[in-house]
Design a protein around this ligand. Sequence first.
Ligand SMILES: C[S@@+](CC[C@H](N)C(=O)[O-])C[C@H]1O[C@@H](n2cnc3c(N)ncnc32)[C@H](O)[C@@H]1O
Length: 249
Amino acid sequence: MRPFEMNSFAGKRLLALVRDGDYAHAGEEEAIDRVFGDLPKRSDRWLLDVGCGRGGTADYLRKRGWGQVVGIDRDGDSLAYARARYPGVEWVEGDVCAAPRYLSRKFIQIYLLNVYYALEAQRDALLALRQVAEEGTELRIFDYLDRGGFAEDPLEVGGERIVPHPVVTERVSRDLATTGWRLLSMEPLSEEYRRWYAALARRIEERAPEIVARGGEEALDYLCTVYRGILGKIEEGLLGGVLVRAAAA
Ligand SMILES: C[S@@+](CC[C@H](N)C(=O)[O-])C[C@H]1O[C@@H](n2cnc3c(N)ncnc32)[C@H](O)[C@@H]1O
């Protein structure tokens, strides 16, 4: 049995320790500023954080004036943490593919930070999110990119696929077009991903004693293997990063 997986409550808690904040996405706050820097800051804008995890990003955006934020995630333990830690954000437990069932309003900005790669049913998720979008709503997907060859040479640790469904350019274009979204742009972020994962791998080494104290040797081995593995795939040119922008059509 593995001690935890990247997307489990225990996994996200250890990542938060290594990343110095309640984030489980590449680049932490630098990435948030990169993804949202050009958006207006207005308190009447409603943002939906899909796969919000421990809630650090939603709180960061709300506190700095980007608008009102609702976070949705299917991991009840992470949401319980977020609810207690960040009361200014509204937290909703549920699967993104059933989002319209749980959300009683529509949003002008919807975003996913390192969530799309984890979705088994990416097209169903896009369809569901379109239903909580209004005219003019923009969707931003920040995630791993299969630069060609990653699907044939994936990363597996202890029998588990790490980064199981990265963005594939043709597929996401087709899925957006058939679910009511109009693709606006795809910005490559592979160089940033390389730099962010190199920094993360270094921080894991620096924080090794704390990681062992909290999660044991197995957790440290697992984190080292996963994140050195991701960095290796990025350096081989198989994996990278991307920011996809789309508008409700
Ligand atoms: C790598 S974490 C990223 C968390 C957060 N976006 C961040 O940047 O810190 C991926 C998150 O997606 C959530 N998730 C995965 N599949 C989901 C689904 N089908 N519906 C809702 N949440 C999902 C996981 O529970 C996890 O919290």
